[in-house]
Design a protein around this ligand. Structure first.
Ligand code: SAM
Length: 346
């Protein structure tokens, strides 16, 4: 079993350097039932309390309890249309007189790839974007595919077999990614998010597996607020209620830096892209602010007192003016002075 066009590649043992248990984050150990060289054709990947089968030569990082709600629907739906998906997907672009290739290329450009990039594509489906991503990579590059549907991925694997870059494909749920922290340089997801059962979780997972400085790009159908009441918007929502879903800005993780959103493809598909940062952003919040209030953002936030009577407040404002001090300077020095005096008398 090798990289035969039209066949599944087997799971290579070195992929276990990157795959993790999607529930606990633990490393996985291989219990191989059938191996050819370093490739596992059938077997089981084990974590402490979890096991995942290698089936159809791909690891399946799914457990039945994850397949509820929209995930259950999506897996069955895409299994049923996997054979014909490529014949019909052009409709999504024809509806707005746009070129499928140009739209897809425009999204991939946002990934800022180089020839050695390590890319994760979530909801890769039949691999229409996978090929365009692989055009950017040489043998040192890597493309990892994940999809809920092994039937869709089967078609992707046929398409990607001829490219020099390393490719790995797995069945799994975007809300629980089976990869190590910080492994990827870029992450891409086109037209998958609308199906995810927990979008906030999925967006958090995306930021976890891309290292700081890497890019995340995702897009999904969505009638923007200003088109909701138009006939154009209503016709689209009538045809597919997913067009009425909220855009995901409120769900972005705190690691998102220089985040942007715009609407493309008929003005009814959002694209979000951002650079991954570390934790919350930081600011120079001790900067002393000029003017009558004075202090800094930090003194105003961390130094809040209980409050005083309106009369005391008016007095302190008057006193600060008289002493030509900022409100902050007067208050901070007065409270400090009085507190130190009281404390020394104890
Ligand atoms: C509309 S297709 C898009 C496929 C491909 N990205 C494209 O542009 O042609 C949506 C894909 O999302 C996958 N999907 C749905 N829910 C998913 C989930 N929770 N995790 C991963 N993939 C999911 C489906 O199996 C399907 O292949």
């Amino acid at each position: 079993m090798g990289r035969n066009k039209g066949n599944f590649d087997a799971v290579k043992e070195n992929a276990l350097e990157v795959y993790r248990c999607p529930i606990t984050g633990e490393r996985l150990h291989l219990d191989a039932a059938e191996k050819h060289g370093d490739e596992v054709v059938r077997g089981v990947l084990l974590a402490r309390d979890q096991r995942y089968v290698v089936e159809g030569d791909m690891p399946v990082f799914l457990r039945t309890e994850q397949l509820t709600g929209t995930a259950h629907f999506a897996r069955n739906y895409y299994a049923s249309i996997a054979e014909t998906y490529d014949d019909y997907v052009h409709v999504t672009f024809d509806l707005y007189n746009e070129s499928e290739r140009e739209v897809r290329l425009g999204l991939i450009e946002l990934l800022n790839l180089n020839r050695r990039s390590k890319v994760l594509e979530i909801s890769a489906g039949t691999g229409k974007d996978s090929e365009l991503i692989l055009d950017n990579l040489d043998a040192d590059g890597e493309l990892w595919l994940l999809d809920l549907s092994s039937d869709m991925l089967a078609h992707a694997k046929e398409k990607i077999a001829r490219y020099p870059a390393r490719t790995e494909a797995a069945v799994g749920d975007a809300c629980h990614l089976p990869y190590a922290d910080n492994y990827f340089d870029a992450l891409y997801c086109f037209a998958g998010i609308g199906h995810f059962t927990d979008q906030r979780m999925a967006l958090k997972e995306m930021a976890r597996v891309v290292h700081p400085g890497g890019k995340v790009v995702f897009a999904e159908k969505n009638v923007p607020p200003w088109l909701r009441d138009t006939e154009y918007g209503k016709i689209l929502i009538n045809n597919n209620p997913m067009f009425a879903d909220e855009n995901p800005l409120a769900l972005l993780p705190v690691e998102a830096r220089n985040a942007g959103i715009r609407w493309i493809l008929g003005n009814v598909h959002y694209v979000v892209d951002y650079t991954v940062g570390e934790g919350e952003p930081t600011g120079n919040f001790d900067l002393v602010l000029p003017g009558h209030r004075g202090g800094s953002f930090n003194t105003r936030y961390f130094g809040k007192l209980e409050g005083v009577s309106a009369e005391a407040k008016a007095l302190y404002e008057k006193a600060a003016r008289k002493r030509e001090m900022s409100l902050y300077q007067w208050l901070d020095s007065t409270v400090r002075e009085k507190a130190l005096k009281d404390l020394s008398e104890d």
